[in-house]
Design a protein. Sequence first.
Length: 408
Amino acid sequence: MSFQTGLSGLNASAKNLDVIGNNIANSNTVGAKSSRAEFSAVVASAIGPSGGGGSGGSGIGVEVSTISQQFSQGTINITGNNLDCAINGGGFFELTLKDGSSAYTRDGQFKLDSKGNLITNTGANVMGFLPDATGTSYSASPSALVIPTGAPIAANPTSAITAQFNLDARAPIAATAVPPTPYSTYGTTMNGFDAQGVSVPVKMYFIKTAADAWDIYDGDPAGVPTPGNNLGSLTFDTSGNILTPVAPLNMTLTSTNPNIGAFTVTLDVSKATQYGTSFAISDLTQDGYTAGTLTGISISEQGIITTRYSNGQSQATGKLALADFRNVQGLKPVGQGNWVESPTSGQPIQGAPGQGNFGTINSGSLEASNIDLTAELVAMMTAQRDYQSNAQTIKTQDTVLQTLVNLR
């Protein structure tokens, strides 16, 4: 028995207690992963008579060969905060630290700074893919995500109107109706918007000219007997389905701002019908809107960040980027819930939530640590016994040595 053997056991047990203590300390840390100390025996080599290694090697203690990390999924807890994100499945959030280096985390406690940057609690930028001008595709490489929280969303002038309605097939032809049918009987109104987001009234009404034909007018039907502009004729087949027009009509709107003046919009009436029921508007929409301020942010399972505005509009402003590694065990922990790549982890494989082996995003939730506190407490008691036992071997060796010293 050697003092060094017992000392190696004490050192290994102390390191094991350090690992267990770190696990216990981080049992409530969001996204934390448990670690374990893995041991290996230290053996002294012996040279046999033949010059080769024989069976005479004796154990001379133990060492901690590595501290491995356990990347199993943690429990997902609902928080109700829309900027909290949990990864349900594989992958890590990609970050850019303040020094410009890359890091990776499972901690999705995101915030917005004064400039609208999406950041972590330590100020690292959250990386993601930015949308193109149409909002239908995203950049190939990730950039720091910025949410437009300051300026309002710009106004968008009306360019297209869609109207779906039924004209009463029982209505008399206007020219022969006695008494004359008021123009307002078959009409509707809505609001469009000019380039500055100022409301512009849109008025249209219909006059029956034949058994299966109607003229559509814009303007104010109160202008009898001189109605508004004739935009065209609507004709229907004997089943009440529209025959013409198939292509949208042109309508002119006039802004109250003389510098904007009149502008042309399209009017789609291709879903109009003529049935023997009352006149009714089933759908009337236009694509313009006034300016709006930010009212909310949501994140989908695919990591798409959508901003909502007071004018009823929403826009996709980015998509969270995820990264994964061929050997996640090789990632190097650097504190603050972050890991960095190492030669053993390999380079990051980038992607988006829900693609391939990447997990989906649970917005309004956080991933708890995967540390089993009960198991750690049991392991701590076992490690304590190991430490006491190794201390006992040193005490015993000391007693044996004292006996030899006392020989006369």
